[in-house]
Design a binder for this molecule. Structure first.
Ligand SMILES: *Cc1c(COP(=O)(O)O)cnc(C)c1O
Length: 357
């Protein structure tokens, strides 16, 4: 606290990301990074950059990247907005599209950046409880459910639960709320869900947000994007150009384009993660864990008879890092990212040891 701070800064409750340890030889399963790394084409594209590329400002519109993304999703380039990771895209989304008189709705157990942005931009929100199986109750987001909403946002699959809704269910929410923007945060959609991007032509109130951090293994490059009706994209552009009109540096633009040009690598590595997720789920269930059904690159699991915080500390003592949230309802759970098969084997052995002691 300092008397030099604005009253807003004093009131903020900032997001706390998962630990990025400096220690070697840790099995790092705490921030949902992809275990296999990006396409070698990404590294080649970045390595091709020369002094001229860094002397000059980047293209403020990221046109070549936006065109690549538009083509990939079968949309016009005016349907694409790119930013420095989807966290930045989401910041602009809250400011440009979700700040209205009525509160924005999102699940009580969800991505913890949403309430942080509401604090920063002074947006009222209502946290809608998940049901007892930790599922989003989509009916609670229909206007018929009661109170007026200024906007809706939730991840699909949800984080940190990993539970995914099918496209029909998502469409019902979008369709029932034509007067407000419905944002589907699809950070994990490539690990087994069906993207709502196909509905964009039909619904001018739908915005779909993606990131290259998870399924394309580029968390360090910071690239995310939103897809939606050109009116929504223009709103985002207006906010971006009032904040930082050069969103992506030249290396990020070049690397991200290359990532979309290597489908084979993308397919192979995401299928490997899906495969390991299933064996990890079975392995943990065999040890007596409760594991929620996940369509993401992490699982949300509860150890039998050991508190989540205690179990996570035991894993940490064995050089395995997982995420624990000090939050009511999910206190007993751990979020464990899907690593390689070898890391999963080590994890399962450690879990067995901890349960046996
Ligand atoms: C990881 C994540 C993001 C942010 O990803 P970036 O690295 O900022 O692109 C957004 N939403 C959810 C739900 C996430 O888990």
């Amino acid at each position: 606290m300092s008397r030099y701070w604005s009253s807003l800064v004093a009131k903020l409750d900032p997001y706390v990301p998962g630990e990025q340890p400096r220690v070697q030889n840790l099995i790092k399963l705490n921030t949902n990074e992809h275990p296999y790394g990006p396409s070698p084409k990404v590294i080649e594209a970045i390595a091709r950059a020369n002094g001229e590329d860094l002397r000059l400002y980047p293209d403020p519109t990221s046109l070549a990247l936006s065109q690549t993304i538009a083509k990939y999703f079968g949309l016009g380039v005016d349907h694409v907005f790119v930013g420095n990771g989807s966290d930045e895209v989401l910041a602009h989304v809250f400011n440009a599209l979700l700040k209205h008189d009525a509160p924005v709705l999102f699940p009580d157990i969800s991505y913890s950046f949403y309430p942080v942005y509401c604090g920063l931009y002074q947006i009222e929100y209502r946290a809608v409880p998940l049901d007892q199986n930790f599922r989003i109750v989509l009916n609670d987001y229909l206007p018929s459910a009661g109170a007026k909403a200024g906007g809706i946002i939730f991840p699909n699959p949800n984080a940190p639960t990993g539970i995914c809704h099918d496209l029909d269910a998502i469409e019902q929410v979008v369709k029932a709320n034509p007067d407000i923007v419905v944002v589907i945060d699809e950070a994990y959609i490539d690990f087994g869900g069906v993207s709502a991007a196909s509905l964009i032509a039909k619904y001018p109130n739908l915005l779909v947000v993606h990131t290259l951090s998870k399924s394309r293994s580029l968390a360090g490059l910071r690239v995310g994007f939103a897809l939606g009706h050109p009116d929504l994209i223009q709103g985002l552009d207006r906010v971006k150009n009032s904040f930082n009109s050069y969103p992506l540096d030249r290396l990020a633009q070049a690397g991200a384009i290359a990532a979309f040009e290597d489908d084979a690598h993308f397919e192979k590595t995401r299928q490997a993660v899906i495969h390991t997720r299933e064996s990890m789920t079975q392995g943990l269930r065999k040890l007596g864990f409760e594991v929620l059904p996940s369509k993401a690159n992490f699982i949300f699991a509860r150890a039998p008879g050991v508190a989540g915080e205690v179990f996570a500390a035991e894993l940490r003592a064995r050089n395995i890092l997982v995420r624990h949230f000090k939050k009511e309802r999910i206190y007993d759970f751990m979020r464990i990212s899907v690593g390689t098969d070898e890391q999963t084997e080590t994890l399962l052995q450690a879990c067995q040891e901890i349960l046996a002691q």
